[in-house]
Ligand binder design. Structure first.
Ligand code: GDP
Length: 131
């Protein structure tokens, strides 16, 4: 996902260019706006974390871009491309280093496992929306 902060700041194009340059193939993509309920469901695994409410408010605060990306070793390589959760700790050249504002408003989301990538892909896309 490209999160609401990066969409509002006009970084969709630059972030997609970095994703393309890194060798990911786009399988599915959409521009949408999560409701509070949808954002809450997407981040349900973090329900017990102290920042859950803030995260749900933020993720439903404006439109996002959701995508399914394909590549060998996609989960690990995408996490390398986006950098650490906290942009202050993210490596030079990573998407979060370049475009994230803070640990909460951190420009992009990446799945943390193949299993969660499948769950998250199914959250946004049906079979007719994948190419
Ligand atoms: P990620 O896998 O790198 O996205 O990081 P996590 O799974 O640990 O956290 C999920 C998301 O919750 C992050 O990408 C942030 O948007 C948000 N988040 C994590 N830590 C904090 C925090 O301390 N404060 C706030 N407000 N949000 C946080």
């Amino acid at each position: 996902m490209i999160k609401p902060d990066a969409v509002a700041a006009g970084h969709i194009g630059a972030i997609l260019a970095k994703i393309n340059e890194a060798g990911f193939r786009i399988v599915a993509m959409k521009y949408t706006h999560l409701s509070q309920a949808s954002a809450g469901k997407f981040y349900e695994v973090h329900k017990e974390r102290p920042f859950y409410g803030e995260l749900v408010d933020f993720m439903s605060s404006g439109p996002i871009v959701a995508a399914i990306l394909e590549k060998d070793n996609a989960v690990a390589d995408f996490r390398t491309l986006i950098g650490a959760t906290n942009p202050a700790e993210a490596a030079e050249g990573t998407i979060r280093k370049m475009y994230a504002k803070s640990i909460g408003e951190n420009a992009v989301h990446g799945s943390d496992s193949d299993e969660n990538a499948e769950i998250e892909g199914n959250f946004f896309f049906n079979g007719l929306e994948r190419f």
